[in-house]
Design a protein around this ligand. Sequence first.
Ligand SMILES: [Zn+2]
Length: 181
Amino acid sequence: MKCPFCGFANDKVVDSRESKEADSIRRRRECLKCGKRFTTYERIDEIPYMVVKKDGRREKFDRQKVLNGLLRACEKRPVPIGKLEQIVNEAESFVIESPERERKTSEVGELIMNRLRRYDKVAYVRFASVYLDFKDVKEFMDELKDLVKTKEAADVKSSSGKRSRWARRRSRDRANISPKN
Ligand SMILES: [Zn+2]
């Protein structure tokens, strides 16, 4: 902890005690350079980090909710759970690092999409269909076209029938997903 008197970055803790309510710890520190003492308090960071929805409503950033969304998008897709956890961690860091302690859901969604896209295109499109708003529809359609093209190329090589099953699956997925923000 930087010394408030001389700015030196090293100190030793000379006394440490918990508050009566046990909700904070008070530490007396001594600067290793100038020898002056100062006090720090440690307490649990209780102010929530928020996400701001399109209509302006705020809600607490919820790791589990993000993970659930990813799990839904990756259902029956070959994406390791470790990768999803990594994406959740990145989303969380993104929100926590905001100076205002909040981020727009659209920004968080975009970050998640960009990560997901690297791992699995189908999961990406499923996730994107929840998050993208109207201005991104063209981009979304381009992505879909690419996906269908890739899929068709693969189907020509192998047997037919897979494509229609895939298409049915897609429309069912879309029907299940309702925009959240
Ligand atoms: Zn000092």
